[in-house]
Design a protein around this ligand. Structure first.
Ligand code: AMP
Length: 326
């Protein structure tokens, strides 16, 4: 049997997954978890979350909620390892070892560090600065071949590659340099019309939300402002609802709403109702799985996943320690 490619991705531990997370990441992870040629590790990055000082109780609850959403999205915990980053202490040890082959200047120049420092000027902690080293440990520990990343994480992946190369240069070819793994990037717009759907902007809906709850946010959602009255024509290209239709609706519905919008043949409320129907259908299996998952099942998946991840990382840590003289 040929060796399976190791896939690794960590997801932020904050906030529930929304439609953008599902279409842009979680659905692909679920598919990868069922791919016989891949061995997948999916971590919930609760250690990374500490850099933004979340409330302890909220962090604990949110980490589990994110894990639950990923299971609901269809990640098979028997095949893929889903774990909390903090349940794999080997990663934290590797992190410290790697800090010593990381150039401080590279961290200081990081765009994300600069952005985050500006965003939380009263809490510029060293975790924010060292974030990419922890991410490198996440990736290099399990000797990941493929790291599915969004555009925003490409620079961090590059840093992980640099860290591995610097380590190998000094101590011998021990660490595997990972590759990014990207499908064509998609961008689901937020319902406020201000940018992409994002957890921090609260401009989306959860993947396991009921149709009633989804409608509560869909009904008042931003649409093309040119359509002040039902009889005003609009442009579906600049309307988030029109754009989301393209990702979730069958071609016939897309045709109906796009022509209807341009000719004022359909009102925004009807357009949103069609979207609600299609989103509900798309997410029905997710909701079903979410309802069937109790806390024990989530904890069980996390326990199993952490045990497998630790086993995978331990040999890497052992050879790194030895090479460094520990
Ligand atoms: P985040 O909520 O930033 O932790 O997002 C995790 C991953 O979900 C990202 O790396 C993207 O792959 C995906 N994602 C998040 N928001 C969107 C969006 N609005 N459209 C498409 N994909 C998204």
């Amino acid at each position: 049997m040929t060796e399976r490619k190791v896939v690794l991705s960590l997801v932020r531990a904050t906030g529930r997954l929304h439609l953008g997370n599902y279409l842009g990441a979680a659905r692909d992870f679920a598919e990868l978890s069922r791919d016989e040629t891949k061995e997948c590790y999916f971590g919930v990055a609760d250690l990374h979350a500490l850099t933004t000082l979340p409330d302890p109780q909220e962090l604990a609850a949110s980490s589990r909620a994110v894990a639950r959403d990923y299971l609901a999205a269809g990640i098979d915990p028997e095949r893929a390892s889903l774990f909390l980053q903090s349940a794999v202490p080997e990663t934290s040890e590797l992190f410290w070892l790697l800090t010593n082959v990381t150039a401080a200047g590279e961290l200081q120049r990081s765009k994300t560090f600069k952005e985050m420092s500006a965003k939380q000027a009263d809490n510029v902690n060293a975790g924010l600065l060292n974030y990419p080293i922890l991410m490198a440990a996440d990736i290099l520990g399990p000797e990941a071949d493929l790291v599915p990343v969004g555009e925003d994480q490409l620079a961090h992946l590059e840093m992980a590659r640099n860290i591995a190369q610097r380590f190998n240069h000094r101590y011998g070819e021990l660490l595997k340099t990972p590759e990014g793994y990207r499908k064509k990037a998609i961008r689901i717009p937020g319902l406020d019309g201000k940018g992409k759907m994002s957890k921090s902007d609260g401009n989306g809906f959860g993947i396991a939300d009921s149709p009633e709850d989804i409608w509560k946010v869909l009904q008042p959602a931003y649409t093309d402002p040119a359509r002040k009255r039902r009889t005003d024509p609009g442009n579906p290209e600049i309307c988030p609802i029109g754009q989301i239709h393209r990702f979730v609706s069958p071609p016939a519905d897309v045709e109906t709403i796009e022509t209807g919008c341009r000719t004022a043949g359909i009102g925004c409320v009807d357009c949103k109702k069609i979207l609600l129907g299609n989103v509900t259908e798309l997410l029905a299996p997710v909701r079903e799985r979410a309802q069937a998952l109790d806390d024990a099942a989530v904890d069980d998946a996390l326990r199993q996943g952490a045990a497998r991840a630790r086993k995978r990382i331990q040999p890497t840590l052992a050879k790194v320690r030895k090479a460094m003289g520990l």
